[in-house]
Ligand binder design. Structure first.
Ligand SMILES: Cc1ncsc1CCOP(=O)(O)O
Ligand SMILES: C=C1C=NC(C)=NC1=N
Ligand SMILES: [Mg+2]
Length: 219
C-alpha cells in the first residue's frame, strides 16, 4: 500500500479489544464497519485481556469481518500473532521491540508506531515506520498508562517541519473534537471508547467519519 493509499485509509481508525466493549466484539465491529470506519486495529490489552487460543480465535473472526469489506486489519503489540494470521500490519509503541527489528520480521506489512515527541518521530521514520499514532490528544480513561495529554502540538510541529508521513491522532477523540486533529494536519483519528462504548456504535462511527470527511485538509 502506498503512503497515499494509507493516508486515505487512516481517516477513521477504530481500535478495539474484548476489554473495550461490554457486548460481543464481533457485533461491535460489524456496526462500526456499517458506520464507516476505514481502518481497524485489534488491541487485546489490560485487565481481563484474552490470551492464547481465545485471543487467536477472536483475532481470526475480527480479521474475517475486515477482509470482507477490504478494511486493513492491524494487530497491536503482538508481532507473532500478526505474522501467524497474515495480518495487514502491526502497531507498536516505544516500549515494544525496536522499530528496525519489527520491520525485519514483518517485511512490507504496514508498520504503525506511537510517537510522543520529535525525536521519537524522526527515529521511527528513519527505522521504517509507515504511519504515526500521536497522543493522547485529549484526556482518556481507556489507556491507564497514557503519556501526558499533548493536544495537537506535536502534529502541528511535524507538519511545520515538512514531515508528511501519515499521522493519526489518538486519545479521547469523538465527533465534536475530531476536527482539531484534521485541522492540525492529521490524516485521520484513532478511536476506541467513543465508538466501542457508544449506545449506537454505528451512529457514533458515522458521526466521527462525517466530521473527518468535512475537515479533511489534504496537505
Ligand atoms: C491506545 C491509546 N494511546 C494513547 S491514548 C489511547 C487510548 C485511546 O482510547 P479512547 O479513544 O477511548 O480515548
Ligand atoms: C497506542 C496507540 C497509538 N496509536 C495507534 C494508532 N494505536 C495504538 N495502539
Ligand atoms: Mg504497545
Amino acid at each position: 500500500m502506498t503512503a497515499e493509499q494509507l493516508r486515505f485509509h487512516l481517516k477513521l481508525y477504530f481500535i478495539m479489544g474484548s476489554t473495550n466493549c461490554n457486548r460481543n466484539p464481533l457485533d461491535v465491529l460489524k456496526e462500526a464497519i456499517d458506520g464507516g470506519i476505514t481502518f481497524f486495529q485489534y488491541r487485546e490489552k489490560g485487565e481481563g485481556a484474552l490470551k492464547d487460543e481465545q485471543k487467536l480465535n477472536l483475532a481470526l473472526q475480527l480479521q474475517k469481518l475486515c477482509k470482507k469489506v477490504n478494511i486493513p486489519f492491524i494487530v497491536n503489540d503482538d508481532i507473532d500473532l500478526a505474522i501467524a494470521i497474515n495480518a495487514d500490519g502491526v502497531h507498536i509503541g516505544q516500549e515494544d521491540e525496536p522499530v528496525e527489528m519489527v520491520r525485519k520480521k514483518i517485511g512490507n506489512m504496514i508498520l504503525g508506531v506511537s510517537v510522543h515527541n520529535h525525536e521519537e518521530a524522526i527515529m521511527a521514520m528513519n527505522a521504517g515506520a509507515d504511519y504515526f499514532g500521536i497522543g493522547p490528544i485529549f484526556p482518556t480513561q481507556t489507556k491507564t498508562d497514557a503519556k501526558p495529554v499533548q493536544g495537537v502540538s506535536l502534529i502541528k510541529e511535524l507538519r511545520d517541519k515538512g514531515i508528511s508521513i501519515p499521522i493519526v491522532g489518538i486519545g479521547g477523540i469523538h465527533a465534536e473534537n475530531a476536527h482539531t486533529v484534521m485541522e492540525a494536519g492529521g490524516d485521520g483519528v484513532s478511536v476506541i471508547s467513543a465508538i466501542s462504548l457508544a449506545p449506537s456504535v454505528k451512529e457514533a462511527a458515522r458521526s466521527i467519519r462525517k466530521s473527518v470527511d468535512t475537515n479533511h485538509s489534504p496537505i
